[in-house]
Design a protein around this ligand. Sequence first.
Ligand SMILES: [Zn+2]
Length: 279
Amino acid sequence: MRASKLFIVNLSVALMLFVGSFESVYSQYEALRGKKILFTYGGWAGHEPQQCKDVFVPWLQSVGAEVIVSDNLGIYKDSVLMNSIDLIIQTWTMGSTQTSVGRDGKPQPPDLDPQAERGLLSAVRRGVGLAGWHGGIGDSFRNDPEFQYMVGGQWVAHPGNVHPYTVHITDKVDPVTKGLSPSFQVVSEQYYMQVDPNVKVLATIKYNGDANAWIDGCIIPVVWKKTYGKGRVFYSSLGHVAKDFDVPEVFEIMKRGICWAAQSLHEPKEPWISPVYPY
Ligand SMILES: [Zn+2]
């Protein structure tokens, strides 16, 4: 009886600390007040770009950001707009930067044409932040190395498809991950990515050999930050579908990453010299 009472008290304290740790960084969201954010969505529908928009845009507005929403990447050509924004959030899986042939045999215009791509890349190089998750920037425009150079990684496989796995927070000091549970479970795709070594890794995942024996024990970054030109780039591979953001840590990591990237034009570049891949 006494033991169970103690357990409940301990649980209450743990919960308070857990909620408190989220609230203690809530002031970070203040960084979004008055920020102008361009949210672009589209591409492969299996990643629920519209539903994800409905997760993020109301939250961004609730913390005082001004959000411009577009389902057409041609908006990156609008130089007046691109010169006025603080941050781009993109969720656009796959897509192409070149004209392709559709199922009807007719030419399909590119999702991101050269002029739009120049608008995007030059904005980030100038200091506009970029944030995204999963395939929305981690598997966009497979034919475009420069886009991948900006993001810092590219999806290549999700061995085992949707299954339970553990995310390990490896950087417990960075404000994006500080105070979060050291590890947490998700049931989702586990992204195997080719990653730029020049990123600051904040969380990792470890594979078993169930799907592909040769990657047993392999550790892959799952959350990172980097720069491209003067722009801050934030990425999390978590978020296969909108309900993945029901996991508090998954949503919180993305929220904090968005806050960090939105400060790109307003805060100095963060120096990190020696990227590491701890587990
Ligand atoms: Zn996916």
